[in-house]
Design a protein around this ligand. Sequence first.
Ligand code: FAD
Ligand code: SF4
Length: 464
Amino acid sequence: MPNFNMTEKRHTMSVQDPSERRSNFREVVLGYDDEAAISEAKRCIQCKTRSCTRGCPVGVKIPEFLSLVAEGKFEEAYKVIEQDSALPAVCGRVCPQETQCEGKCTRGIKGEPVGIGYLERFVADRHMASGRAEERPRSNGHKVAVVGSGPAGLSCAGDLAKRGYEVTIFEALHLAGGVLVYGIPEFRLPKAIVRREVEALADLGVRIVTNAVVGKSLTVGELLGEYGFEAVFLGTGAGLPRFMNIPGENAKGVFSANEYLTRINLMKAYEEDAATPIFPARRAVVVGGGNVAMDAARCARRMGAEVTVVYRRSEAELPARREEVVHAREEGIIFRFLANPTEILTDGEGNVTGVKCVEMELGEPDASGRRRPVPKAGSAFELEADCVIMALGTSPNPLIGRSTAGLTVKPHGEIFADEGGQTSLEGVFAGGDAVTGSATVILAMGAGKRAAEAIDAYISSRRS
Ligand code: FAD
Ligand code: SF4
């Protein structure tokens, strides 16, 4: 049993210097070394309440893995995490730990919580560096199709493959990974990590067909019919951007965060010889306050712009991960809280020249329990800008709902599914953002795992 480390403060992670990183796309946070990881893990007091595990949406056995890290048994620690999390190297980097495991950690009551996310990342990176390949399980002869290769699709495919299913993933884009490749930037989640997760699935025998838009190139009905799949999992995400519907929103220089981030992350617009370069803004205004807004703002900064984030609530309500907000500030991003755009201003040729905004104040709580922002009379002001990026949330793309007869879809496009992912159609399961609307990686991954279990039970029941 390790000696607990009751006195030490949480070990900080070293990061790339802000003055350097604001002009490159390399990873910002640099990771623990063995010594720091062991010492940080010893800060865990192995409390009986296991409040950290209860704060984790997929119930990772946190005290167990921390105890193994404290003993220097890193690969054993990986095996513990792997039982519940399909993508630990990703989750360790992007999960909102402050509202989940670390938010519930007993050591956080009187000081700083154990660095659970940093340690999860450390263990997963150590495992990846070891180059251990997954063993391919024996096929059970049953075929399942997975539509979409984001966290939901990847974890569903992985769990089914481990149970012996012959899984094929159909992905609309030319690369697998969903938001992990086209949305979250390289400086937060290196794409080599996503690639290795995808390769690990290939080791398990999962086939990945890219450039295949289900609902256009082929349909869910065809997958279940002539292609011979016994079940289909829909993990198609929520990639349809929302706009404000204010005057000037069609001007040249207005982007959805999805388009802006896809051009930069998937199409690598930041590279000098990029095939699809992006408009080089001098002054960018990013509208929104979530992770997507932070990512768009920090990308625009790296592309050379001076960036202002406009958010209609106060700093306390910012939904983005705390670490991203700290990093954004360090990189020189300016925040205008309690403000909302009312018009995009343009020159005679339809180019963006600025954003007209109004100041807001917080009124009575709305349905979400948060205080509703209301405009302050006579408070209009203007911000100069040649680029505006709208990061206001997304909805599921309507394509699958429209092209699949009998699939029940909610008014905002979310596919209707129960806890196990069963949709209104026999043999068709769904999970992740496609069901919940835009949420988090860990929730999507958990939904994919639960659906794999339900699909296994469904196919097994047809066999007996
Ligand atoms: P997605 O990741 O969206 O994957 C869906 C996949 O399905 C895509 O690859 C898409 O191309 C494919 N697809 C769609 N339609 C079809 C079709 N008809 N045929 C074939 N393929 C199709 N969450 C966090 O926890 N932490 C963060 O820090 C964080 N940051 C984020 C930053 C950004 C910029 C964005 C956009 C999201 C962020 N999120 C974050 C949210 C998180 O990424 C999502 O909740 C998660 O990726 C949802 O996973 P998914 O598998 O349901 O969908
Ligand atoms: Fe360790 Fe914190 Fe979990 Fe307690 S709550 S077991 S201290 S990680």
